[in-house]
Design a protein. Structure first.
Length: 246
């Protein structure tokens, strides 16, 4: 799995630092992966074989500092170990390399297109995704796929990720009260999955529509009952017993 020669005795996640104490450059580095995770928590609510981590260190060697992406996704791992959750992601404990890594470029360039690309490539991360809303002449979203040990830039927005069963892309929307371009997950037809707030809004609209239909049906039932009463009174006025019409 790993291309590194590891020592015989390895520390556990609890024995390793759980933060590099480097603050994020701006809120987007938290909010963008946070939105992706929030959508997954709804889409994959019944699944317990995945982890989407935000600003969590990935340890690949005990004597080297961890790589800390803005967000990453691993499949085939336990969602939770226990109520303390993971302090970090230790490759020799997990035995699973993340399948998807996200870097959000801020005003402070952090070698997303050079050093980090080489690191994720060496680790064997299948998809390395870079998002930069400040780019003007190039796409804001870059999806690099590992092919024969080298990253190849994928075309399109969104980009379908068959190994994950989701697409990744960006478009304008609203999240946390901010209207701007955000990253989202998509289905195979390119339809965007809803955010949690959008899903709640959709459920409220459905409930309102069902209530409206129920009220309309109740109104129609009342109108039908009133019509029956009117016809019954007309029959009695004509000297006809409505209970003996057979």
């Amino acid at each position: 799995m790993l291309n590194y020669n590891l020592p015989r005795h390895l520390p556990s996640a609890e024995e390793l630092p759980d933060s590099d104490e480097t603050p994020v450059d701006n809120e987007l580095q938290e909010l963008i992966p946070g939105l992706l995770k929030a959508i997954l928590l709804i889409l994959w609510a019944e699944r317990m074989d995945w982890l989407f981590a935000i600003d969590m260190g990935i340890y690949y060697h005990p004597d080297k500092p961890p790589i800390v992406p803005d967000g990453f996704l691993s499949l085939g791992v336990e969602r939770f170990y226990d109520e303390e959750l993971r302090p970090s992601y230790v490759l020799w404990d997990e035995n699973v390399v993340p399948i998807f890594v996200l870097e959000v470029v801020s005003q402070n360039y952090r070698k997303e297109y050079t050093t980090k690309l080489d690191e994720y490539e060496a680790l064997g991360v299948l998809y390395y995704v870079i998002y930069s809303s400040r780019r003007r002449r190039k796409p804001h979203l870059e999806v690099h796929k590992l092919v024969n040990g080298k990253y190849e830039l994928q075309e399109g927005n969104p980009v379908w990720l068959p190994e994950i069963g989701l697409g990744i892309g960006c478009e304008r929307g609203n999240y946390c009260g901010v209207t701007r371009e955000w990253m989202y997950w998509y289905d195979e037809q390119g339809q965007r999955y809803l955010t949690p707030a959008e899903q709640v809004k959709q459920e409220v609209q459905r409930a309102q529509q069902e209530l409206q239909r129920a009220q309309q049906e109740s109104q129609r039932a009342q109108q039908a009952e009133q019509r029956v009463q009117q016809l019954t009174e007309q029959l009695r006025a004509l000297g006809i017993d409505p209970d003996n019409l057979g």
